[in-house]
Design a protein around this ligand. Sequence first.
Ligand SMILES: C[S@@+](CC[C@H](N)C(=O)[O-])C[C@H]1O[C@@H](n2cnc3c(N)ncnc32)[C@H](O)[C@@H]1O
Length: 206
Amino acid sequence: MADDDWPPGFFDRQDRGDDADFYAPPRLVTHIDDGAIAAVSELYDELGVPDGRVLDLMSSWVSHLSRKPSGGLVALGMNDVELQANPMADQVVVQDLNVDPRLPFDDASLDAVVCAVSIDYLIHPVEVLREAERVLRPGGVAVLTFSNRCFPTKAVRGWLATDEDGRVAIVRAYLEQAGFEGVTTALRTKRRRGGDPLYGAWARSI
Ligand SMILES: C[S@@+](CC[C@H](N)C(=O)[O-])C[C@H]1O[C@@H](n2cnc3c(N)ncnc32)[C@H](O)[C@@H]1O
């Protein structure tokens, strides 16, 4: 299946302008609260993400890893200032995945591909995740995390039109359509009054 198998308009966005313009100002901020960030780190640790070479897709100045990955970290995102400020990254790639979903890495060259609180901005998510599957070694893990906050003008319409359970189903479908099997999804934060929820979806490459 491809991205055009989704309902018409699913990947439309209110702001149809160039993503490069929207992401031009560096945002050296955190996009989820401390509890949600801790939940991302814990999930990465449980899945062994730091034990290899990691690609952080749609990255910024923080990658939410508990430690520098043993094989190094590639941070790919839109803003060079943010990416250069990422203390764990040993390689930085500025790339608009909505213009070019191909990942500039060899087949089976990475141990983990992660994407934190950003999958909702992709207009070709299945193509990008198919690329993630290609660059992962067999047994390597893809991990997507998401919450209930976003830049609404840049999120796809299908994401905004549903609720948290609906978003879990969307992310599962993205991964499955990209060729991942055995996808696991979970709410990783306890329900806290006012706290950001943090959902994870992950699968290993076969
Ligand atoms: C909400 S921030 C999350 C940043 C980081 N992953 C984190 O957890 O703090 C969204 C990120 O998605 C990246 N992004 C948005 N649109 C993108 C695109 N078309 N191609 C690549 N990266 C994109 C931006 O550079 C931005 O850093």
